[in-house]
Design a protein around this ligand. Structure first.
Ligand SMILES: *Cc1c(COP(=O)(O)O)cnc(C)c1O
Length: 458
C-alpha cells in the first residue's frame, strides 16, 4: 500500500500553490483546470507503470492551449479550399455581417411582420432554395448528418434501407453511413460488392419490408478499375417500379452549375450539381451548407412537397433545427448565389480563380520572403484537392512558395504552427510548401511574422 507510486504525486493544494508561482499570468480557472487534468494524467501514467511526468512543464503546455480562444484564426497555406480541420467553407463578408446583426439585435426570426402573428423561421430560406434548385419544397437542419438522419427516420423507420456496399462510407472519422442508418432506427440492407453493384442486386434485395433506396456520394475517395455502380436515374426507375422513395446523400453539392465554370474535369463534378440530381428523379437530396455551397454549417434537403412536409412534422426536426446565426449566414449566401453575386462567396471565388492569379500571388510572396532566412524561397507549381468531400480525384492547379529547411521540413512546419497566427503548410520533398490558392489578404504579413518566430525556434 505504501509503495503505491501515486503517493509520489503532490496534493492538489500544493500543486495549485506551485502553479500560482509557475503560471502567475494565467487565470484562476486555467490553473484549476490544468491542475485537475495533470493530476488525472499523472495518476493514469503511474498506474500503468509509466515514469512520473514533469508536472509543471506539462501544466504550462496545457495552460497555453487552454488560454487560446477556440477556434482561433490560422493561415490556410495547404491549398485545400474546404479543409475539414480548418473549418471548411469561409463565409462571405456580407454573411458575417448578417450573423453579427442577427446576434446583436432582436430579429423577426419567428414573427410575421404583416400580421403580427407567429411566423415561420424557415419560410424565406425555403423559397430561396426552391427558386435556386427548382425543387417543390425544401428544409434546412443543423448539418448534413442531421439531414440524412431525419430523412431516414421519417421515411423508413422500422423498415429496411437498401444501400450499395461501395457507398457505406466514413467521412472525417466521425460520420459513418452505417451508423447513421442504425441511429435512425432503420435496418441496413447492403447490396453488391465493394467495387461493383448492379441493378439486379437492388432488385433482389427489395422485399415487403423495404422502406427506401439510398445512394451516397463517396465524397472523399474514388474507385477506379473494375468498378460499376447503378446511376441515380436507374435507381429511380427501380424505385418507381416498387413504389419506393429514392434518397441521395450528395455530401458536397452546389446550386450553381460548375460545369459552366470550366470545372467539369470529372464526372464527380457533374454529380455535385444538386438541381440536376433532383431532375434525375430523386425523391429527396441532401447536402452540406459548408462544403461546395460555400455557406455555414447546415444540412439542406430538397424534395417534393409531401416528403418535405413529412420531415417537418417529425419531432426530430425540432431537435435538429438550424440556429438563427447560421440561418442568417445561409440566407445571405443563397441570395448572393441567386442574384449572380457568386463571387462574394469565398468558396466559389477560390474555386474559380484562374491559376494565373494564384501564380501572381505566389510570386509576390516569393519576393516578400526573399530574406526570411530559410534558403531561397522559390516558386513551385503544384495542385491540391478541393477537400470537404468535394470532387474526389480532382485537383485544382496551383502555385506555392517552396521553403528550404536545413533543420528539417517537418520541424519548420511545426514551428509555423506555433506562431502567434499559426500557419498551416504542406511538406513535400523535404521542403515546406505555402500554397497561394487559399491565402487571403493579410496572410502574407502573418506568414512573414510566423517565419520570424520560427527562426527563433528551429
Ligand atoms: C460531409 C458528408 C456528410 C456529413 O455532412 P455534415 O454537414 O458534415 O454533417 C454526409 N454525407 C456525405 C456523403 C458527406 O460527404
Amino acid at each position: 500500500m505504501n509503495d503505491d507510486p501515486r503517493r509520489q504525486l503532490p496534493s492538489m493544494d500544493r500543486l495549485l500553490r506551485e502553479l500560482a508561482v509557475a503560471l502567475p499570468d494565467s487565470a484562476d480557472w486555467v490553473r484549476r483546470e490544468v491542475a485537475r487534468r495533470v493530476m488525472v494524467e499523472a495518476r493514469a501514467a503511474l498506474a500503468s507503470g509509466a515514469r512520473a511526468l514533469p508536472l509543471l512543464e506539462r501544466a504550462a503546455q496545457m495552460a497555453r492551449a487552454l488560454e487560446r480562444p477556440h477556434p482561433s484564426r490560422v493561415v490556410n497555406a495547404t491549398g485545400v479550399i474546404l479543409h475539414t480541420n480548418l473549418g471548411r467553407a469561409l463565409l462571405a463578408p456580407g454573411a458575417a455581417i448578417a450573423v453579427a446583426q442577427a446576434a446583436r439585435h432582436y430579429t423577426d426570426l419567428e414573427l410575421d411582420l404583416e400580421s403580427g402573428a407567429r411566423g415561420d423561421r424557415l419560410e424565406s430560406i425555403e423559397a430561396l432554395l426552391c427558386a435556386l434548385s427548382g425543387a417543390a419544397a425544401a428544409l434546412v437542419v443543423n448539418n448534413n448528418a442531421a439531414a440524412l438522419l431525419l430523412a431516414l427516420h421519417t421515411l423508413a423507420r422500422g423498415r429496411e434501407v437498401v444501400v450499395s456496399r461501395g457507398e457505406l462510407v466514413e467521412i472525417g472519422g466521425s460520420f459513418r453511413v452505417p451508423e447513421i442508418i442504425e441511429q435512425a432506427g432503420v435496418q441496413l440492407c447492403e447490396v453488391g460488392a465493394t467495387n461493383r453493384t448492379h441493378r439486379h442486386d437492388y432488385e433482389r434485395a427489395i422485399g415487403p419490408n423495404t422502406g427506401l433506396l439510398l445512394k451516397v456520394h463517396r465524397s472523399n475517395f474514388e474507385q477506379r478499375g473494375f468498378v460499376s455502380e447503378v446511376p441515380l436515374a436507374e435507381l429511380v426507375q427501380i424505385g418507381a417500379r416498387h413504389g419506393l422513395p429514392v434518397i441521395e446523400d450528395l455530401g458536397s453539392a452546389t446550386l450553381l452549375d460548375l460545369r459552366a465554370e470550366g470545372l467539369s474535369t470529372t464526372t464527380t463534378t457533374d454529380a455535385s450539381f444538386a438541381p440536376a440530381r433532383l431532375e434525375s428523379g430523386a425523391t429527396l437530396v441532401c447536402f452540406s451548407g459548408d462544403k461546395l455551397l460555400g455557406g455555414p454549417q447546415a444540412g439542406l434537403l430538397l424534395g417534393d412537397a409531401d416528403t418535405i412536409a413529412a420531415l417537418r412534422k417529425n419531432p426530430l426536426a425540432r431537435a435538429l433545427r438550424l440556429d438563427k446565426l447560421s440561418l442568417a449566414a445561409l440566407d445571405f449566401t443563397l441570395r448572393a448565389i441567386a442574384e449572380g453575386r457568386g463571387d462574394e462567396v469565398p468558396t466559389l471565388r477560390q474555386l474559380r480563380e484562374p491559376v494565373a492569379a494564384v501564380e501572381a500571388r505566389a510570386r509576390a510572396l516569393v519576393q516578400r520572403l526573399q530574406h526570411s532566412g530559410f534558403g531561397n524561397p522559390t516558386l513551385h507549381a503544384t495542385d491540391a484537392p478541393v477537400g470537404g468531400g468535394a470532387m474526389p480525384g480532382f485537383a485544382l492547379p496551383s502555385f506555392a512558395v517552396a521553403l528550404e529547411a536545413p533543420a528539417g521540413a517537418a520541424g519548420l512546419a511545426a514551428a509555423l504552427r506555433h506562431a502567434p497566427i499559426p500557419v498551416i503548410a504542406r511538406v513535400a520533398d523535404e521542403r515546406v510548401l505555402l500554397d497561394a490558392r487559399t491565402l487571403l489578404p493579410g496572410d502574407d504579413d502573418a506568414i512573414k511574422a510566423a517565419l520570424e518566430a520560427a527562426k527563433r525556434r528551429v
